[in-house]
Design a protein around this ligand. Sequence first.
Ligand code: ADP
Length: 193
Amino acid sequence: MRLVLLGPPGAGKGTQSARLVEKLGVPQLSTGDMLRAAVAAGTPIGLKAKALMDAGQLVPDDVVIGIIDQRIDESDCANGFILDGFPRTVAQAEALRELLDRKGLKLDAVLELVVDENALVERMRKRVADTLAAGKEVRADDNPESFKTRLDTYRAQTAPVSAHYAGRGELKRIDGMLPINEVTAAIDKLLGA
Ligand code: ADP
């Protein structure tokens, strides 16, 4: 199963992806996680991405498209994957279609977690508090200022991706304000799982 999960930062994509990974036995491909790994490893891509990510801005399309193009060729993606955080611009969505075409692959579903914006800032605050309570390191972009930029970036560049898929009749919307288990149940129902 090849899936795309769309939704603003804090919508619950990571939580639902983890559950889908368990159920479907396919990997979650999070461009955010891959970029953070590149930053931690100090690779050329990481060096280029760090300041943009910390500020809540997008890294250039060609960088993330290249990462995904290569990652999908790895053997663990043979039965599918869950894309989390990609595509984030209409250009990325178009590039995704092209690279899948080239590989003879197709998406099975594009799911959007729809969440009331007012809830997102509160969720970010809670995530930071939970992370600190667990003695773990808080993401450099999980602060009110970067979070606001991430929401602005989402509105300007990523919301059009939902419209892009909706226009092609490919988008399935899910109420992301429901309790976590109910969101999972709604996704399962849509996927017929
Ligand atoms: P969140 O789920 O909270 O929005 P992510 O972990 O998905 O955060 O992404 C963190 C940051 O990594 C983004 O703010 C952006 O700088 C960068 N990033 C991740 N995915 C992409 C992408 N597809 N295109 C451009 N930048 C990306």
